[in-house]
Each structure stands twice: as structure tokens, then as C-alpha cells.
Ligand binder design. Structure first.
Ligand code: HSE
Length: 432
């Protein structure tokens, strides 16, 4: 069998991890690929002491790697500028592409896949979502017989690490974020982790595969974890829940929900036990029922594991024609349906609410009256004792299922009561 030649672009944590894995597990990898896989050129502005390149050719201009004699371009640069140029150039020159770049696929995947299909080349991206968890292949191949009903995932390790440390050690947000950055988990711009943009990139990819729809990064509702206070973590626990930052995609009658937000999850669910930087994705298929995928979502080894699996996949199918391969989004392009993405106001969830209220008779009933006038029923209430010298107390409520529109209206009416101080905290609840 002819050897498959790789141009590896980007030599950061994942690039170095991929280089090292291809060398350390060479025999296993070649046996799975049924051919020899060789990195013939590395494209990187600078070396990385985490890997010894030996006599591998190095190109400082990554775009020039595409001009060399390689079959597959492995794009591990990140971002959507040079990486996009590189990938489109590779496709135009008939080279296959392996990428770990979630922003690139989520924001430009429709254009990239169309170009790749026209050229008859593969663009694969297992490492773009949940690092080492083979969730892309699970959706594209393992669950291909199912109509996927919904999926929900902890798909940002940094955010999960922050929430876990706040719960277990009562640490404050900024302090934990600094540690996640030092550990190398956070994005170059950590607001991508904290504000849910990174999770939204990944959710869009999962939803496209799950529902056979185009990538709709423009339509995801995104809320970060920056407003989660230690008090809410504690009250959620008292009510039997844990706060997780979830990406949720749900098929509804008239479209799909795509949303990323902090969520109260019953503490007895397996996904509620996923702590630290670990990732997990639940997928509900009509035939298989609920399934759960768990593993490391970032780091050199786990991400390289996914990148190299993709290299093996492309290498094994290198002589196949387009329809002999799994399509970029799992279904043939003609089968992709442009499902409408529902506005957040059309979503229905239960909700956790916290208000700061005056400790006097009648306050609770006026709040309950507003809730009932919008058809919202209250499942549980906790009222705390006032602190010494304080006349306001925290009032925590858990509602039953209600439309987002009704909830928002009720919340704004409650906030106008002169017995209620400041804004209400609201966090959606999912039974999963
Ligand atoms: N910043 C990401 C995370 C890295 O924390 O999950 C992996 O995509």
C-alpha cells in the first residue's frame, strides 16, 4: 500500500500531541490504517519543546505546506483567519483535511463542506467537539439508524471546572478561571469559555449531525456562567440539583431548540456527576433510547487521540469515491433539511428563581399571584431567615414547566413589586 503523507499545520498543545502520538503509537496506527502514515512536513511559525521534530521538514509559512507533496492537511492552528485560508486552499488543491477547529467548522462549515464535496475530498473534525470523546463518529455512524430527539452536553471543560470548584470548595469565579488558564484548558480568549461561545460552536456541530441540518451558529441562544453566584450553587443543592453549563439541542414539532445556558440538573443524573474539566454528552435516539458519552474534552493526549483517529479514517478511505464515504454531516447533501431554529421565547422549561424580598406578610402571596396569573405553578419554595440587621431575605422558588415568554413576563412584574429588591436570578431546569 502507498504511504499516506501528512502536512501537520500548527504546533501548539494539540499539534505537538498529534506529532508525538503518531510517533509513539506508530505500529498500532499503521495497523488500523492498513498503510504507513508519515508526517512529511510540519507547518509552524516556531518549534515547540514538547516535541522533537528530528529530520521532519519544517515550513514556517503554513500556507506553503499545501504546495508540498502531501495527501492530508491536518489543521491545528485554530481561529478562523489563516486556518480558513489554509483549509480552503487545501480543498482547492484536492487535499483531504483533518481539523480540530470548532470555530472554523461552526462558523464556516457550510462553505467548507460545499467546497470539499465539489472537489471530492474529505474534511473531518472529530477533535472539534469534546476532545477525546468520539461523539462525531457516534452521531454520524454509531447512531445512524436513529431519529435523534435531543442531546445535551457539558462541552466546555473550563466552565465545568469553574462550576465544580465553586461548588466543592466555595471558590470564587475569577480565581478558578485563572487556574483553568494556567492548566491550559481555557481558550486563548477565555471569554469564549465563560460566555458559552466555545460551547455554542460545539453545539452547532452536534445539532447539524444529529438533525441533518446546516450549521447555524448565528441562531444559538447563548448565556454564560459569569452571573452564577455561590449562593445559587448552594440553594440548588438544597433542592436536589447541580448547576451545569449545558449545550442543548432538541427537536420540536416546528423546528429545533439550540441553546447554551447554566442549567439545574437533578443530582441523581449521571451527567450531574461529571465534574472538573471532564466533558459528557447525552444523546436520546428513538430506537436506542438515552446514551451517555464521557471523557476528557481537552488536552494534548485526548485531542490528539481524536485527530489521529480521523487521519486513520481518511487514510483508509483515501481511494474511495464520495458516496463510499460517510458524508460531512452524516447524510447526503440533498437530504440536509434547513430546519427552523426556534427563538428562546418559544422554549419551555422549569425554572429556578431567587428573589430578595422584604420579610413581611403578604409578600409571598403577591408573588404567587403573579405566577399564577401567567399560568406558572410553583413546585417548591425555600425562604431563608433574615441575617442580623437585614430586612430582606432570599426567597427561592422552583417552577413547573412553563413557556419562556410567560416566565420572563412574570419575572419582570415581580421585579416591579416594591417588596422585591433588585433583579431576580433565574436558571432553567432540565430533567434530562
Ligand atoms: N476551552 C475548551 C474547553 C477547550 O475548556 O473545553 C476544548 O475545546
Amino acid at each position: 500500500m502507498k504511504a499516506v503523507k501528512i502536512g501537520l499545520c500548527g504546533l501548539g498543545t494539540v499539534g505537538a500531541g498529534t506529532f508525538n502520538l503518531l510517533s509513539s503509537n506508530r505500529n498500532t496506527i499503521n495497523a488500523h490504517a492498513n498503510r504507513d502514515i508519515q508526517i512529511t512536513v510540519v507547518g509552524a511559525r516556531r518549534d515547540n519543546p514538547a516535541c522533537a521534530l528530528g529530520d521532519t521538514a519544517v515550513e514556517r509559512d503554513v500556507l506553503a505546506v499545501v504546495d508540498s507533496d502531501v495527501d492530508i492537511i491536518v489543521e491545528l492552528i485554530g481561529g478562523t483567519t489563516i486556518a480558513k485560508e489554509l483549509v480552503l486552499k487545501a480543498i482547492a488543491m484536492g487535499k483531504h483535511v483533518v481539523t480540530a477547529n470548532k470555530a472554523l467548522i461552526a462558523e464556516h462549515g457550510n462553505e467548507i463542506f460545499a467546497a470539499a464535496s465539489a472537489q471530492g475530498v474529505q474534511v473531518v473534525y472529530e477533535a472539534a467537539v469534546a476532545g477525546g470523546i468520539p461523539i462525531i463518529k457516534s452521531l454520524r455512524e454509531g447512531l445512524a439508524a436513529n431519529r435523534i430527539e435531543w442531546l445535551a452536553g457539558i462541552i466546555n471543560g473550563t466552565g465545568n471546572f469553574i462550576l465544580t470548584e465553586m461548588r466543592d470548595k466555595g471558590r470564587v469565579f475569577t480565581d478558578v478561571l485563572a487556574e483553568a488558564q494556567a492548566l491550559g484548558y481555557a481558550e486563548a480568549d477565555p471569554t469564549f469559555d465563560v460566555e458559552g461561545i466555545d460551547a455554542a460552536h460545539k453545539l452547532v456541530i452536534l445539532a447539524a449531525l444529529a438533525f441533518g441540518m446546516p450549521l447555524r451558529f448565528d441562531a444559538v441562544y447563548t448565556e454564560g456562567i459569569g452571573n452564577i453566584e455561590p449562593a445559587d450553587v448552594t440553594y440548588a443543592e438544597e433542592l436536589g440539583y447541580r448547576i451545569k453549563h449545558l449545550g442543548i439541542a432538541r427537536r420540536r414539532e416546528h423546528g429545533v431548540e439550540l441553546r447554551v445556558h447554566p442549567t439545574l440538573v437533578p443530582e441523581n443524573r449521571l451527567i450531574a456527576q461529571v465534574d472538573g474539566v471532564m466533558n459528557a454528552v447525552m444523546v436520546q435516539g428513538d430506537a436506542v433510547g438515552p446514551t451517555l458519552y464521557y471523557g476528557a474534552g481537552a488536552g494534548a493526549g485526548p485531542t490528539a487521540s481524536a485527530v489521529v483517529a480521523d487521519i486513520i479514517d481518511v487514510a483508509r478511505h483515501i481511494d474511495a469515491t464520495g458516496d463510499q464515504r460517510v458524508a460531512h454531516l452524516g447524510v447526503a447533501e440533498s437530504a440536509i433539511i434547513d430546519l427552523p431554529v426556534l427563538d428562546i421565547s418559544e422554549v419551555e422549561t422549569a425554572c429556578y428563581l431567587r428573589a430578595s424580598v422584604l420579610d413581611k406578610p403578604g409578600v409571598l402571596s403577591s408573588i404567587a399571584q403573579i405566577m399564577s396569573s401567567h399560568g406558572i405553578s410553583i413546585e417548591a419554595i425555600i425562604q431563608k431567615q433574615p441575617e442580623a440587621g437585614q430586612d430582606h431575605v432570599p426567597l427561592i422558588m422552583l417552577t413547573n414547566l412553563s413557556s419562556e415568554l410567560n416566565l420572563r413576563t412574570a419575572i419582570s412584574e415581580i421585579e416591579q413589586l416594591d417588596t422585591v429588591a433588585g433583579a431576580l436570578v433565574s436558571i432553567r431546569v432540565e430533567a434530562l
